[in-house]
Design a binder for this molecule. Structure first.
Ligand code: HEM
Length: 398
């Protein structure tokens, strides 16, 4: 039976002594301090099972913190890719249970778990894996022999009006979304997954976020960095019919190995906060189409309001499960203001019917376009969940 991170210090018989002294590493928090830190951590400390019909982290009520990474394969071997997905799945399942992923007392060898989550609860950690289009062949090459198995909905996204995409924060062979109600737990998981990939895949871009878009009626509506509630008209995790219709992939559009999976479109969107802050309240509300404080729809919604043009009524009834997070990243060189934005993450059954037409409808047209700039873009096929002992992507990689 594996020790959880919370019971580890106690079962190691270390009492109040620092583990660092025993392992020859930097001192850690005492168990009492670690427990206090855990209690003061925001949000819930519970467990979200990694294994299941669907991957966790899609209809899981959105946690407080995000770590998102795209990685590129440095190995051309499908056996390495398979081993990575197996190792990642095993580690993710352990971390979701709040367990160490390996022994810590390893003498002169590096610890098997990097240790920064010791003492912290599972914090509703979820890890969601996705495969990017380039994994299925690119530039005339088919490194893994997967070209024939590329799902039709996993298209290369077309250019949209106003796109200012930067290759170094776009694309990727593999996508990893880590969410947790504790920032350090999320960091630890991403740290371990990147470490486990060394020699097989290397990070291409990485972004931390907080302040989620709501996707559940069980959570209060958070506000985005523009001060508006985000997620009001979202597909809610509790809406089983909408989730089935709009989120989970199925045949015939998707291959059998994607049944119960979903397609993730990730867009890194910069927000010109300086310009937004200089806009009157009336203008701000007309941009979104909702009341800033109360969140209600304006009595007279302008034709260019974001919520009108993005709504199902203007998009053949299509909807998205939005699961975005705000991010802050230094100074915006263009404005000298805060460099901040929205890591827009949305899950869907088929981007060709959902994200792509909706984004074509709103890009450059809705009033929000003046304030935002899409600088990063990626799309991933996220396979269904794995059963215990199996791994995510098993039905593709065998
Ligand atoms: C920085 C960029 C963005 C910001 C700040 C933003 C903000 C908002 C806000 C405040 C709402 C109203 C509350 C709610 O229902 O959540 C909303 C609704 C919505 N947004 Fe965005 N959004 C952004 C980008 C996008 C993009 C890129 C898409 C899709 C291509 C999108 C799709 C939607 C949809 C479908 C709704 C619900 C519309 C409805 O049926 O009422 N948003 N957004």
């Amino acid at each position: 039976m594996t020790a959880t991170r919370r019971s580890f210090l106690k079962s190691a018989g270390l009492g109040g002594a620092s583990l660092g002294a025993a392992a020859g590493a930097a001192p850690l928090l005492s168990p009492a301090a670690a427990a206090a830190a855990a209690e003061s951590a925001s949000g819930s400390s519970g467990t979200v099972p990694f294994y299941g019909a669907h991957q966790a982290g899609i209809v899981t009520p959105a946690q407080d913190d995000l770590q998102f990474a795209a990685l590129d394969m440095v190995s051309d071997s499908i056996a390495d890719l398979r081993n990575l997905m197996r190792a990642w799945s095993t580690a993710a399942a352990k971390m979701a249970r709040g367990e160490l992923i390996g022994p810590v007392r390893t003498g002169n060898r590096p610890p098997g778990d990097t240790g920064e989550a010791i003492g912290l609860p599972p914090s509703r950690l979820t890890v969601t894996f996705g495969f990017g289009p380039t994994l299925f062949g690119s530039g005339g090459k088919d490194r893994f022999g997967l070209r024939g198995r590329r799902p039709a909905p996993l298209v290369d996204l077309p250019a949209f009006v106003g796109d200012a995409l930067q290759p170094d924060v776009s694309g990727g062979d593999l996508g990893v979304q880590v969410c947790a109600d504790n920032q350090q737990v999320a960091f630890h998981a991403m740290h371990e997954l990147i470490r486990l990939a060394i020699g097989i895949a290397t990070p291409r871009w990485l972004l931390a976020g907080a302040g989620r878009t709501a996707n559940s009626r069980r959570q209060p509506l958070p506000r985005n960095l523009m001060g508006f509630q985000d997620g009001t008209a979202n597909i809610m995790a509790e809406d089983a019919a909408a989730v089935d219709q709009f989120v989970w992939a199925s045949e015939p559009a998707s291959p059998a190995w994607m049944r119960g999976g979903s397609y993730l479109v990730a867009r890194r969107i910069e927000i010109n906060l300086k310009l937004w802050d200089s806009t009157g309240l009336g203008g701000q509300q007309q941009t979104i189409g909702r009341n800033k404080l109360g969140g209600g729809i304006l009595g007279n919604v302008p034709p260019t309001a974001h919520i009108l043009l993005a709504s199902p009524g203007r998009n053949h009834g299509q909807r998205l499960l939005r699961r975005g997070y705000s991010y802050v990243d230094g100074i915006d060189p263009a404005t000298g203001g805060m460099g901040a934005g929205l890591m827009f993450l949305c899950y869907q059954r088929d981007p060709r019917r959902q994200f792509i037409p909706i984004q074509h409808r709103i890009a450059g047209v809705d009033a929000l376009s003046v304030y935002i700039k899409h600088v990063g873009s990626a799309v991933f096929a996220c396979p269904p969940g794995a059963s215990p002992g199996a791994f995510v992507g098993e039905h593709l990689l065998g």
